[in-house]
Design a protein around this ligand. Structure first.
Ligand SMILES: CC(=O)N[C@H]1[C@@H](OP(=O)(O)OP(=O)(O)OC[C@H]2O[C@@H](n3ccc(=O)[nH]c3=O)[C@H](O)[C@@H]2O)O[C@H](CO)[C@@H](O)[C@@H]1O[C@H](C)C(=O)N[C@@H](C)C(=O)N[C@H](CCC(=O)O)C(=O)O
Ligand SMILES: Nc1ncnc2c1ncn2[C@@H]1O[C@H](COP(=O)(O)OP(=O)(O)OP(=O)(O)O)[C@@H](O)[C@H]1O
Ligand SMILES: N[C@H](CCC[C@H](N)C(=O)O)C(=O)O
Ligand SMILES: [Mg+2]
Length: 496
């Protein structure tokens, strides 16, 4: 594609150099540039892509996108906002793939991965080819694609993956949409069919600063759903909102899509009542605009009732019959790394869960407290280079529900692990949690081993924070670490 053709994706640009330069690929990271690529110079929070232009040119970049004219040998497409240009140019280069797919975006503090997983299963069971994008994996049908980001990919990568999905004949793409992704404009080039909101509780205040700022970022998904009106139901957009979360009121005002609400407590379109936890899972009565049903699902926890309700509302909007939805939901056994049981036949229960926010931990532990017959032992930590204010709050939650707490590391990244533990401890102290009921132990493997060694029959050990993750990030190095494997080995080691 010619540089001029790509420039046509934006109204206001200036080409400095040969307009007919041939572009064979796009890249925003100088380290990945190949011969013939257009290199996008993005000013970031820690680096400025303009500084890497010479390196990109040395690797063969045939042109640049810049915010100012640089003194370099290759043509430049000068734009006002390089990040916006990245979304627009990538969508153009890959032929606007989102128009060929029905894309359902899921945002919220907790429950995105779980909800994408549930919804994808319901839709795939209808015989559709589905794409899934989230932080466990990215896949088209049963084909897995390497996930280079934790959650929502950069605009360029997103468009590349969506093109693959469209070319494969994918009907639906179900994707997690993070607040960072929305705020940084990574999804600006995407036309969503529907948006689902799970909930808004504290996280990421290091980036968004205030809860209002965080809510505003989430709201971007719904303000962009601009068309609920069409004689063609396939062209309508839907905003699926949690009636029990007050942020939904703001999202309702922001969107021009048709709103479908779901919840447990407040009046809404898709509601659950008579929720009962059983040893096999969770049962509830479903009331919806499409009828009533008794659901007996294998997933545990009230929070999973919310996740299922959001997915059911989205599936109903796609015209999937309630009876079929019910069958699909009841078939789902577990979502990887979410309340996943590590079973080596031991007398105590070991659960690995991805709770890494105060609300997530509260939900996981309150669920455990509903069925625990013995003591509750919690192993958890907080990520480094992330919202520090959530640390004592998570300490407080752990203290509230647990008989013993191991405070340990969870991806310390560039921070001192013991410093993170010291930030968590005031939360335990604030509620006068006895000092003989918790240990600060930065070595996560040892913490898991100790918890397992000391568990009694019927006790429940909740290992929270890392879920499906297979690494521990220490100083930028990802060391192999999988809570499930560490727990398995510790259980076996103990019984020998
Ligand atoms: C806060 C944040 O999201 N930052 C992302 C952002 O960083 P940035 O704008 O500061 O970029 P930068 O590192 O300053 O670099 C600027 C430009 O120079 C380029 N560069 C840089 C170095 C070099 O050698 N060559 C080069 O070309 C970079 O590719 C980039 O284009 O753009 C970078 C390039 O795409 C991302 O890697 C980076 O994600 C960082 C690593 C990150 O940790 N992000 C997390 C917080 C995040 O986004 N998490 C959410 C999940 C949250 C949740 O759901 O709980 C997610 O969606 O993944
Ligand atoms: N609807 C929910 N409300 C509150 N907590 C939840 C909900 N769903 C899941 N959780 C808790 O949060 C944890 C993370 O769930 P999940 O991975 O689905 O969230 P996520 O939004 O994808 O997280 P991330 O932002 O890291 O991608 C789970 O392990 C569980 O403990
Ligand atoms: N999407 C979240 C994941 C956190 C997972 C936890 N294990 C951690 O590393 O803090 C984040 O990037 O903040
Ligand atoms: Mg997720």
């Amino acid at each position: 594609m010619k540089l001029q053709e790509l420039a046509s994706a934006l109204l206001i640009t200036h080409i400095h150099g040969d307009k007919d330069t041939e572009i064979t690929g796009i890249e925003a990271d100088s380290r990945k540039v190949k011969q013939g690529d257009l290199f996008l110079c993005i000013p970031g929070l820690t680096a400025d892509g303009h500084d890497y232009a010479p390196k990109a040119i040395a690797l063969g970049a045939s042109a640049l996108v810049t915010e100012r004219v640089l003194d370099v040998s290759v043509p430049q497409l000068v734009v006002k906002d390089a990040r916006y240009a990245m979304a627009a140019i990538s969508a153009h280069f890959f032929g606007y793939p989102s128009k060929e797919l029905k894309i359902i975006g899921i945002t919220g503090t907790n429950g995105k991965t779980t909800s994408t997983y549930i919804l994808e299963k319901i839709i795939a069971d209808q015989g559709h080819l589905t794409g899934l994008m989230g932080n466990i994996h990215i896949k088209i049908g049963d084909e897995y694609i390497e996930n280079k980001a934790t959650n929502t990919q950069e605009a360029l990568e997103l468009q590349r993956i969506l093109r693959k999905m469209a070319d494969a004949g994918t009907d639906y793409c179900i994707m997690e949409v993070s607040s960072h992704g929305l705020d940084m404009g990574r999804v600006k080039g995407i036309q969503f069919r529907s948006g689902i909101f799970t909930n808004l509780t504290q996280d990421h205040l290091d980036y968004h600063k205030t809860m209002d700022g965080y809510a505003a970022a989430k709201g971007l998904l719904f303000s962009r759903l601009g068309n609920g009106f069409s004689s063609d139901p396939n062209a309508r957009q839907y905003a699926i909102l949690n009636a029990d979360d007050e942020a939904s009121q703001m999202f309702h005002r922001l969107t021009a899509a048709q709103v479908i609400t779901y919840g447990i407590h407040n009046d809404c379109d898709v509601r659950a009542s008579d929720i009962r936890m059983t040893s096999q899972g969770t049962e509830f009565q479903l009331h919806s605009f499409a009828g009533e049903a008794s659901i007996h699902m294998q997933l545990v926890g009230k929070f999973n009732v919310y996740n299922v309700l959001g997915a059911i509302a989205a599936a109903l909007a796609e015209g999937i019959p309630l009876a079929a939805i019910r069958t699909s939901v009841e078939r789902i056994a577990v979502v990887e790394g979410r309340m996943e049981v590590v079973n080596e036949g031991q007398e105590y229960l070991v659960l690995v869960d991805y709770a890494h926010t105060p609300d997530g931990l509260e939900n996981a532990l309150s669920t455990v407290s509903e069925f625990a017959e013995g003591k509750i032992i919690t192993v958890f930590g907080c990520g480094g280079d992330r919202d520090k204010t959530k640390r004592p709050l998570m300490g407080k939650v752990a203290a509230h529900y647990s008989d013993f707490v191991y405070v340990t590391s969870d991806n310390p990244r560039t921070e001192d692990p013991d410093g993170i533990l010291a930030d968590i401890e005031p939360g335990l102290k604030e509620v006068n949690y006895p000092s003989n009921q918790y240990i600060l132990l930065a070595d996560r493997k040892k913490a898991i081993q100790k918890a397992i060694e000391e568990a009694g029959p019927k006790d429940v050990i909740l290992i929270a924070g890392k879920g499906h993750e297979t690494y521990q990030d220490i100083m930028g190095v990802k060391h192999d670490f999988d809570d499930r494997l560490v727990a398995k080995a510790a259980i076996k080691g103990r019984t020998q």
